[in-house]
Design a protein around this ligand. Structure first.
Ligand code: NDP
Ligand code: OXD
Length: 312
């Protein structure tokens, strides 16, 4: 029998076992931390932020599936078995939620919604806080992959001038492409709203820092929906408090949950959400994993395999 190890929180294990039973009735599913299993019986595994060292104990595992688009939670495990393919979760519904989050927070800033919220709290009829012209509000997206491209396309449809920065040059209608470290400064210099949708790798760690912020136009806004490790939180707060940046929206943090002592919780110019920009839907992901395992067993090529050299 083919066996899948699911490394998911045990209190929500049912959300995974039920759709997996529906889409892959031929698969035995064992839950890490709940069911007894022998390491050698595991053929496939899935998870999001697995305990370090776990996968190296599975001598017969053939493919490991990430339940997230980002795989930094796997690659931070120094014992991750890099001879085993790691497949990341790429799905329209996940990209769509991320796109919606980016569009929502771009518009919240652009349409000065937080100022109106404050006025409402004081019962003020504040016919003020006009938005900047849309044509003059340039959105720059760090990371022009699955999610960054979709977000950029929707923002371009709303008439924002959109550009994207990636490792390799892109040709996407209505999105100006910048590529590589050599074009980063030019890209930042024309980004009034900077959106981070990069994978977290050694090359992108702490990329949102005081040097980056200094290269943004005065009054720029930052949206980080990628990983907390991209951002130097103290540098962001200093850049906002100095008046250089107008504010930020953060979904992800260096330490999650965000510690109660963090000044981010109460900063008047930071909007924060608790890593919910997009949530993997267990039904969708179960079907994707079931189909990929069925295909792999028949010898089909796997999609969305992580390049361990690049780290994404
Ligand atoms: P992709 O792999 O499709 O895209 C990554 C993009 O980043 C590519 O355009 C890539 O360039 C670019 N990139 C990577 N490294 C560099 C570098 N060193 N310099 C310049 N560009 C670089 O990823 P996704 O769009 O699917 O996901 C992006 C991230 O979003 C995930 O890794 C995850 O961290 C985050 N995420 C967060 C969620 C949340 O709830 N907050 C939910 C889902 C994802 P190139 O195309 O040239 O290779
Ligand atoms: C992801 C996430 O990477 O939810 O998919 O953070």
């Amino acid at each position: 029998m083919t066996t899948l190890l699911a490394v998911v929180p045990t209190f929500i294990a049912r959300l995974w076992t039920e759709p997996l039973a529906q889409y892959a009735p031929w698969l035995k599913v064992v839950i890490h931390g709940q069911d007894d299993y022998k390491p050698e019986e595991i053929d496939y595994a899935l998870g999001f932020r697995p305990p370090p060292g776990l996968f190296k104990t599975l001598p017969n595992v053939k493919v490991i599936f990430s339940l997230g688009a980002g795989v930094d939670g796997f690659l931070s495990d120094k014992d991750f078995p890099k001879q085993i393919p790691l497949v990341r979760f790429v799905d329209h519904t996940l990209s769509r939620e991320m796109m919606q989050y980016v569009v929502l927070h771009t518009l919240m800033f652009h349409r000065t919604q937080r100022q109106f919220d404050r006025a409402q709290a004081q019962k003020q009829w504040a016919q003020m806080f006009p938005p900047r012209r849309t044509e003059d509000t340039r959105v720059g997206i760090l990371g022009l992959g699955e999610i960054g491209t979709m977000a950029g396309e929707y923002l371009a449809r709303l008439d924002f001038p959109v550009s994207g920065w990636s490792r390799t040059k892109k040709s996407v209608p209505d999105i100006k492409s910048f590529a590589g470290d050599g074009e980063l400064e030019a890209f930042l210099g024309q980004s009034d709203i900077l959106v981070c949708l990069l994978p977290l790798t050694p090359a992108t760690y702490h990329i949102l820092n005081k040097k980056t912020f200094a290269q943004l136009p005065k009054g720029a806004y930052v949206i980080n929906a990628a990983r907390g490790g991209h951002l130097v939180e103290d540098d962001l707060i200093a850049a906002i408090d100095s008046g250089h940046l107008a504010g930020a929206t953060l979904d992800v943090f260096e330490t999650e949950p965000l510690p109660a002592t963090s000044p981010i919780w109460t900063h008047p110019k930071i909007t924060m959400t608790p890593h919910v920009a997009a949530m993997t839907d267990p039904r969708v992901a179960s079907r994707t994993v079931a189909d990929a395992i069925a295909g792999h067993m028949k010898g089909a090529k796997l999609d969305n395999v992580v390049d361990f050299e690049l780290g994404y």
